[in-house]
Design a protein around this ligand. Structure first.
Ligand code: NAP
Length: 309
């Protein structure tokens, strides 16, 4: 059943830029839950394009039916099968599922903002500009690069946002939770000192995605949106562990390792240029800036500068 159209409120929404219906796939996920908050803060209405409403990315028919029925003005496609899930689901959920999302948003004339990852890049040619060609090393990265290509083919007006490791201050992220569990069980933990990323604060990412959906409909193609501080995985991991209350003595069980010599499938240097994001005025605070604002103390032991670039 189609929604009744209130022309007065539609016109008011057009003028003020508020009151839009912003569809979110993956709303139950780590990014999705903060996207819903960011949508509300910006004066819009989040629309749950998830399993609760019958949408399964493995079933393109359900994608078409649910998005058409709920008729959002814009869609932020944040759902994905992420590392840790079975590898054989990556292509169907990420590439084929994203194509289904792009088909239906194009069909109903909704703005599409697609969430991608720095892992579409090999790490052999950093720093990567906004329009760097995808050259993924792993199965997950290939599925997300495939998703980017499908989205670009189906909807050349879509914005495709490449981001980095996502962390938040409201809830511990999955990686840090896993590290914390191991260390609290008394086990050692190896963190890579040669894997460089630009971790992104989930709330800055969410705000940027909403702005791309509503304020910047003319932005198309790939764009990097990440924190403006490059950190190696070991330095970032230590900061997060301190943030989430790891006892100082347990830091002694962290060992810095090197992925390069033994794991050829790991992208080592995924520094991202943030020119497009900066030109649009999107916030890209680095990890230390975000943690300082939150009053988090630095981790004990190896506090770099070597880790910070
Ligand atoms: N986390 C990171 O560090 C990181 C880094 C770079 C890029 N990204 C990208 O950022 C986005 C959000 O990541 P996240 O970490 O927030 O994800 P997440 O916490 O793993 O959540 C994934 C979301 O996708 C949904 N989903 C998975 N399979 C689905 C299916 N077949 N049909 C419908 N929904 C499905 C999940 O729904 P259910 O709860 O119902 O399963 C959940 O809401 C993804 O596109 C990811 O590739 C993440």
């Amino acid at each position: 059943m189609s929604r009744p159209v209130d022309h007065r409120s539609t016109e008011a929404a057009r003028r003020t830029g508020r009151g839009r219906r912003i569809g979110i796939t993956g709303l139950s996920g780590y990014l999705g839950e903060r996207l819903a908050v960011a949508v509300r803060v910006a004066g819009h209405h989040p629309v749950d394009l998830g399993r609760a409403n019958g949408l399964d990315l493995l079933d393109p028919g359900s994608v078409s039916e649910v998005v058409t029925r709920l008729a959002p003005d814009a869609v932020i496609h944040a759902a994905a099968a992420n590392p840790g899930r079975p590898e054989d689901s990556f292509d169907a959920v990420n590439r084929v599922g994203s194509a289904a999302v792009a088909e239906v948003t194009t069909g109903i004339g909704a703005r599409l903002v697609h969430v991608s990852t720095d892992l579409v890049l090999s790490g052999r040619a950093a720093p990567y500009g906004d329009d760097a060609a995808a050259d993924p090393l792993g199965v997950y990265g290939r599925s997300k690069a495939g998703a980017e290509a499908e989205v670009q083919r189906i909807d050349p007006t879509a914005a495709i946002v490449r981001t980095s490791l996502i962390y938040g201050l409201h809830r511990i992220d999955r990686s840090t939770a896993g590290f914390l569990d191991r260390l609290r069980r008394g086990e050692p933990l190896e963190l890579f000192a040669d894997v460089v990323r630009q971790p992104v604060w989930v709330d800055a990412l969410a705000e940027g995605l909403v702005r791309l959906a509503v304020e910047f409909p003319e932005v198309s193609g790939t764009l990097n949106l990440a924190g403006d501080q490059a950190l190696d995985r070991a330095a970032f991991g230590r900061r997060m562990l301190a943030r989430w209350g790891l006892a100082p003595a347990a830091f002694d069980r962290i060992v810095d390792g090197l992925a390069g010599p033994r794991l050829p499938g790991v992208a080592l240097d995924l520094r991202l240029g943030l020119e497009r994001a900066r030109a649009l005025g999107l916030a890209c605070p680095g990890v230390d800036e975000v943690l300082a604002r939150a009053g988090t103390v630095a981790p004990p032991g190896r506090t770099d500068p070597a880790g910070a670039r």
